[in-house]
Design a binder for this molecule. Sequence first.
Ligand code: GLY
Ligand code: MN
Ligand code: MN
Length: 495
Amino acid sequence: MSEQQRPQDETNAPVFSPRKNGQAQTVSAELAAWMTTGWADTERRDLKPIEQAEHTARRRAAISAAFPGERLVIPAGRLLTRSNDTEYPFRAATNYAYLTGDTSDGGCLVFTPNGEGHDVVLYLKPRSNRDNGEFWLGAYGELWTGRRNSLAEAADLLGVDTADVTTLTDALRSGGAPVRLVRGHDAGIDALVDELRADTDEESRTESARLDEELAVTLADHRLVKDEWEIAQLQLAVDATVRGFNDVVKALPQAKDTSERYVEGTFFLRARVEGNDVGYGTIAASGPNATTLHWTRNDGPVREGDLLLLDAGVETTTLYTADVTRTMPVSGTFTDVQRRVYDLVYAAQEAGIAAVAPGRPFTDYHEAAQRVLAEGLIAWGLLEGPLDRVLELGLQRRYSLHGTGHMLGMDVHDCAVSRQEVHLYGELKPGMVLTVEPGLYFQPDDLTVPEELRGIGVRIEDDVLVTEDGNRVMSEGLPRTSADVEAWLAEHLPR
Ligand code: GLY
Ligand code: MN
Ligand code: MN
């Protein structure tokens, strides 16, 4: 073999994409040959299925039953390049991970109708090729990115048939069943399905979009009620999050010396050590930044005398996330005006939590919390009563701004596309998990409030499981009353 610059097959086509940078651009024939030899067999042949496998099998059976006679295509998503040889952190698509338990990139789950139900095959990136040099020269070779499971190992672990993802195109081209696709995760697979459908007019394109939308909606509907295993995962996420909040309190002195970034970084350390990542961009908002609902720049100062609003959640390695907020006085003690705002938000949260129970409309807890906020704002003279008029016109929303919560699961705003009749206008069911998170936000430039309130933002957010007879606050490991928050700070703040 002569020296080669790029790996090529006999048709002269590159067989894998090489890395883009490097000082050694050529490979001698001797080195290429040597690199193919001398490797031990590391195949693992004694693997037991992961704990989740029995649950993913049940979920796949339910989705199969919902779409008889149709082919379903559910991609994992692919790596997105940030710049040469560098990718953004990858996070598998929620529906893919829900149905497979797999969190790797580049795969695709396919349900193919077989007359009775579906043959379900998980197409995955195989181990890197060692004969053509990919494993050490390829952009995603395993010596650069780490060992992957072999197809046989993945089948054992996940309890599903597996195949090489390079055969996916041919597999999808064969068989004429109508296709439904979870779009938006893998541009290559989206384009392939579009090509296979060959929709020529607006009507057929609209129908294809409807089929895809219906699949996404059905998956979200199925994910609304969590199974036992999912609830345990969410509790792990919440428990790690509680530890992350404790870490932040202990690090407040360093945050005061630096910025909100110290808060974000401290929480992130816990998220990476105990989980996969944070489930959403941490909101570390001190002083007036707390009045910006999704303040993720986190580049402001943390000042003695201000409130710090921390909204953060650890995502488990299985991709379930917590979503918790605490608002704390940096000094350890609320001022009178801060306490007044805090206590009103707390009262609203109590009313909200009390309205979480099976059979109750999903909107009940929002209305209960908003009522308490509106009453308080009227009592303070910020809104003019009567209460019913304020609520009907939603006037309290100038200061409360957002809904009182949302479903929680693998996505922080979970199941957002599920059908309105089972979600927004549906009833709570045991096994649903949601946030209860009222807040009050007095903008620094809001001339309708007294000066002492301007720049104060308070949110209290907890994760709540709907049980058979009511609810359980999963995040009760963190204090909620103003007095308990102060006691917590006194306990953890370094003296
Ligand atoms: N962390 C975003 C939210 O609370 O909804
Ligand atoms: Mn939140
Ligand atoms: Mn939330």
